[in-house]
Design a protein around this ligand. Structure first.
Ligand SMILES: *Cc1c(COP(=O)(O)O)cnc(C)c1O
Length: 350
């Protein structure tokens, strides 16, 4: 197979969380999906776009997702020229690497965080530098001046769930000579976010996804906010029709129904707080979470044992293969009922 580029031939490829075929027979808490459906207005908008005979589907969608940039700009307080829409935030994470790092050039990420960044870098042939975390959740050994082309900071962190404080993120922005990409996939579940830093620092990019808080993982929608020069570069790289018509219609409707969205996020946050307290009461260690999941470790620090016992009860959570995380489990926050059943199962398992 010497026709393949060596980095592609030798790489392992990313393994997404397990999606069972008989999804209805599981309590599925392994991929941080939203347990509540999207706004009813999203469903209406999709039907409307399809119409009775699908006539609109003959024609290409807006290449720039123009209405979405406007709707997102209005919501977040940015001119549309500072926003790019993506076919899932994964698409824009990929294009950020392609825009900044050539073959052999360095990008950085935090370990543990979202491991897909490393896969994307491997495809590009970029080198990856991993920074660990200190016990108080700061970046270990981060240089006074970091010269890599791009640094991915997942905040709130996945899979641990904590968020970096804004002052600290600002300090990192000042120490990076390349881009600081803050992946705020979970920011809608947090007390605060750092989107405003995009206005203050010309190397800061913030990405968001509609997969979790807006319950649209199945539609593939994400966005990035950055200076217009960066957005213009990303626009050159992306597929020109990167978002299909249905996704665009769904996304505008989702953004416009803020009351529904806020209610859904509030319910998940309340369930998260309740579940956290209950787990602590049965001797689990739980990292206080700013997301729609919790990273927990059982008293015997044997994540695999508890994973398997839950699996046997048709409750699916995430056991991460990383040895650093084998003592625990990442559990997405489902409905209150699902979490009550999960708690009862954990008490039984012991
Ligand atoms: C889920 C997730 C993404 C991917 O979002 P999509 O919009 O579904 O591609 C990106 N980053 C982090 C940290 C995530 O957890």
């Amino acid at each position: 197979m010497n026709r393949l580029r060596p980095n592609i031939r030798d790489m392992k490829g990313y393994v997404p969380g397990f999606q069972p075929d008989d999804v209805a027979s599981w309590i599925k808490l392994n991929t941080n999906e939203n347990p509540y459906p999207p706004s009813p207005r999203v469903v209406e908008a999709i039907y409307e776009e399809v119409g009775v005979d699908g006539a609109l589907l003959r024609t290409y969608p807006s290449a720039s997702s123009a209405k979405l940039r406007e709707a997102a700009g209005e919501l977040y307080g940015f001119d549309p020229s500072w926003i790019i829409m993506a076919n899932g935030s994964d698409e824009v994470l990929n294009n950020l690497i392609r825009a900044c790092a050539g073959e052999g050039e360095e990008i950085a990420l935090v370990h543990p965080s979202y491991s897909y960044y490393a896969t994307l870098a491997e495809v590009q042939g970029a080198r990856v530098r991993c920074f660990g975390l200190t016990d108080d959740f700061r970046i270990a050994d981060f240089p006074e001046r970091y010269e890599g082309k791009l640094f991915f900071l997942t905040s709130p962190n996945a899979p641990l769930g904590f968020a970096f404080p804004q002052e600290y993120v600002e300090e990192l922005a000042q120490r990076c000579s390349g881009l600081l990409v803050i992946d705020e996939a979970y920011a809608d579940f947090a007390d605060a976010n750092v989107m405003e830093l995009v206005k203050k620092y010309d190397n800061v990019v913030v990405t968001r996804t509609f997969s979790k808080s807006y319950a649209l993982a199945g539609m593939r929608l994400g966005l990035a906010i950055a200076r217009p020069e960066i957005i213009a570069a990303l626009d050159k790289i992306r597929d020109h029709y990167n978002l299909d018509r249905l996704a665009q219609a769904a996304c505008v409707a989702a953004l416009q129904d803020q009351p529904y969205f806020r209610n859904s996020c509030t319910r998940i946050r309340e369930t998260r707080e309740w579940f956290t307290q209950e787990l602590i009461a049965i001797g689990y260690q739980v990292i206080p979470s700013q997301t729609n999941f919790v990273f927990v470790s059982p008293p015997d620090r044997n994540g695999k044992r508890v994973y398997e016992a839950l699996y046997g009860r048709k409750i699916l959570v995430r056991l991460l293969s990383d040895p650093l995380l084998a003592h625990g489990l990442r559990i997405s926050i489902g409905t209150r009922e699902e979490m009550e059943l999960t708690l009862a199962a954990l008490k039984e398992i012991g």
